[in-house]
Design a protein around this ligand. Sequence first.
Ligand code: HEM
Length: 197
Amino acid sequence: MKLPLVSLAPLGLALALFVHAAPAAESSGKPTEINKVCPVSGKPVNPKITLAYEGQTYAFAEEACRTKWKASRESSLYHKLGGKPAIDAAVEAFYVKVLADDRIKHFFSDINMTKQRRKQKEFLSAAFGGPIPWAGKDMRTAHANLPGLNETHFNAVAENLQKTLVELKIKPELIAQVMAIAASTRNDVLNRPKGAK
Ligand code: HEM
């Protein structure tokens, strides 16, 4: 299976950009939903300039925006990993390991794991260069109230993520990219100063 993740740069664009636009006819007869703000330029979209990606139609202000957006999706780690189905499967398998790991499972005892899995899928998808920006908490805020959270716990989470990807037979070079992105969250997750080693 392929699996893909990102540059954290585009995380600022919010899901809120996607709103119900004028219904467009589809072969099913159902109205579809498109974004009103171009995800590349931030300008109002031209509803005739669209692109379908993973079942969602995205609209753009200009042709050049569509070209740029398409290229960045297709070159993303997200895409190389296999897109949504691959990320979803990996996060499911990852939390099976986390919840069985005596070093860290206590952190999740009071957590709604259905929500947690969904959020992690959304976060990692965005971080790997998926089409939908992360609209949840930043990593410092999300982990600010976990007493005792330290380096050992972070390493255990990273180990579980790596093992999951190896078991899913993800290519080593892609695993390395995923692990680098995970590592880039370390200081925030552990609530350390930004530049701490
Ligand atoms: C690669 C490192 C990590 C990433 C990318 C990550 C990602 C996330 C995300 C996306 C959320 C949800 C944020 C939201 O609510 O909007 C979250 C919450 C949480 N994470 Fe992490 N996490 C990481 C490391 C850890 C570690 C090391 C632990 C503990 C062993 C941990 C425990 C938790 C818990 C318990 C929550 C739920 C907090 C709450 O709902 O109050 N995470 N994490």
